[in-house]
Structure formats: C-alpha cells, structure tokens
Design a protein around this ligand. Sequence first.
Ligand SMILES: [Zn+2]
Length: 54
Amino acid sequence: MNKKINLTCPSCKKIVEIDSKFKPFCSKACKSIDFLRWANEEVGIETFEDQDND
Ligand SMILES: [Zn+2]
C-alpha cells in the first residue's frame, strides 16, 4: 500500500511536501498568513469580555 496524499496549502493552494515541517501549510509564511487571518477574525468578534477584566 502506497497511498499518496496530495495535501494542498490552505493559504496558497500549492501542493505541500509530504514531509513539510509546516503541514498543512507549504511554508512558514503561509502558516503565519493563515494564523493572522484566523486571529483577526477572532478579534473581530470581540469576546474578550468574559475574561476577568476589572
Ligand atoms: Zn502555501
């Protein structure tokens, strides 16, 4: 059994190398881009008020 999975980078849609350190991303840059996008969306919701802020 030799299953080849073509993983595509969620950020730039390029094929990700099977032994990429940044899976599921193709590179550190794409990983950061996606993280930032995600973080921005999270921040946009502004749900920090549940934290204990005095
Ligand atoms: Zn990428």
